[in-house]
Design a protein around this ligand. Structure first.
Ligand code: SF4
Length: 442
């Protein structure tokens, strides 16, 4: 006689915030799926909805509260987790019906809350999860989180008070996860953390056995081992500590992508000091020159804050001149926004909103011109491109080694019979301020 198994409960997920929060969501979903839950793409079908929130900026908090409100209105059975979980009273005040609230990385709490809200029937299916876990990114690229928290105390940032001091993962655990991802089809590993160059400081850079040898909990060792897995390896959130110089030869050798994402935030010494950033901008320019000598193709992306309290016109001009010299490949900018609980809110010299807007526009105009000139210099060259989207009729979009997903430019392809995840050699035919256009060559 056939046995009819009861349907397992369904869980919906709304994931907000940065790639680190996305990785948290992936871990939670992976655990829930391995526990036997089904996932639901819409509110109607879900037995319970998880909202993974972001609390970095006040605008992000508003977005998180709006997402919780929508989930309550559409489904009614809502569990909240993530950075905003630290402000449980505020959430409860606005949404008294929320079932449970937990903070960032509290995986056990959030999974436990789902088990209480929607218990699994005793005979539900198990082992439904691929070895590499469940992913919210396309199959061909994956974020790889190497640590949590941060030991810095930048005055505009509340991440350390939300996520705590640096806690690094063991290098062997990271490498095992990376191997599984590559075996499951990942062709690009995006290394993320709050401070990638500080990786392993809390572990005193101890070594663990790995493949008959040892690997230290250190950025350079980890980058070298990741580079041996055969996927593109892209390093994000790197601070220019001296040992970063030792990663550049790995880029020149082709083990790691020639790409560094370094959030400089400003260049003027007085602003950096007020931001409590550990950086000396004069030396940084020298270092960038040195990196380009070793690895001429290196692409450097960065983010900057304009209108920080006390930023004078002279400071801002200094930043523009610094950018003219540094000639970074990709630049993102933010207008300073006070974050509840950040030390910077109490600094004197608030910059009026119109002035912030004006400086933002000037910075973007200046950096777009640099980006356009750098991209124009690629016309006529061939570049390796990883395909993200293909329409099946010859049109496709991908990224070169200089472009991270979501934040950098794209390469638009014509006459390309390709699939997402393919890596093809492309002749660059045209460029604009941010993107390239080309055709695959044999
Ligand atoms: S380095 Fe500074 S901005 Fe980045 S997470 Fe740490 S404290 Fe925040």
């Amino acid at each position: 006689m056939a046995t009819i198994l009861p349907s397992p409960p369904k869980v919906g997920m709304v994931s907000l915030g940065c790639p680190k929060a996305l990785v948290d969501s992936e871990r939670i979903l992976t655990k829930l799926r391995s526990d036997g839950y089904q996932l639901s793409a819409d509110y109607d079908e879900a037995d319970v909805v998880l909202v993974n929130t972001c609390g970095f900026l006040d605008s992000a908090k508003e977005e998180s509260l709006a997402a919780i409100g929508e989930a309550i209105a559409e489904n009614g059975r809502v569990i909240v987790t993530g950075c905003m979980g630290r402000e449980a009273e505020l959430i409860r005040e606005r949404f008294p019906d929320v079932l449970a609230i937990s903070g960032p990385h509290q995986y056990e709490e959030v999974v436990g809350a789902v088990h209480v809200a929607a218990p699994i029937p005793p005979s539900a299916y198990l082992n439904l999860v691929p070895e590499s876990g469940l992913k919210l990114t396309p199959r061909h690229y994956s974020y790889l989180k190497i640590s949590e928290g941060c030991n810095h105390r930048c005055s505009f940032c509340i991440i350390p008070s939300i996520r705590g001091d640096l806690v690094s993962r063991r290098p062997d655990a990271i490498l095992r996860e990376a191997e599984k991802l590559v075996a499951a089809g990942t062709r690009e590993l995006l290394v993320i953390s709050q401070d990638t160059s500080a990786y392993g400081v809390d572990l005193r850079h101890a070594a663990w056995p790995w493949k008959g040898a040892e690997v230290r909990a250190h950025m350079t060792d980890l980058a070298r081992e990741l580079g041996k897995l055969g996927a593109w390896v892209r390093l994000h959130y790197v601070y220019p500590y001296p040992h970063v110089d030792r990663v550049i030869p790995l880029m020149a050798e082709g083990l790691v992508l020639p790409y560094l994402d370094i959030p400089f935030q400003h260049a003027a010494p007085s602003v950096l000091k007020a931001m409590k950033r550990p950086a000396n901008e004069a030396k940084v320019l020298e270092r960038i020159r040195g990196w380009r000598e070793i690895c001429p193709d290196i692409a450097i992306r960065s983010t900057f804050v304009v209108g920080f309290p006390g930023e004078t016109e002279a400071d801002f001009d200094y930043l523009l001149q610094w950018l003219d010299e540094a000639r970074l490949d990709r630049v993102g900018a933010f207008r300073f926004e006070p974050v509840q609980g950040a030390a910077a809110n109490d600094l004197p010299g608030a910059v009026p909103e119109e002035l912030k807007e004006e400086r933002y526009a000037r910075l973007m105009e200046r950096t777009a011109a640099i980006s356009a000139a750098k991209l124009q210099a690629k016309v006529g060259k061939t570049l390796d491109v990883i395909v993200d989207l293909a329409d099946g009729a010859g049109g496709a979009t991908g990224r070169s080694k200089a472009d991270a997903p979501e934040i950098d430019g794209e390469v638009h392809l014509r006459d390309a019979m390709v699939q997402p995840g393919d890596i093809v050699t492309v002749l660059i035919e045209e460029a604009d301020d941010h993107d390239l256009y080309g055709v695959p060559v044999q």
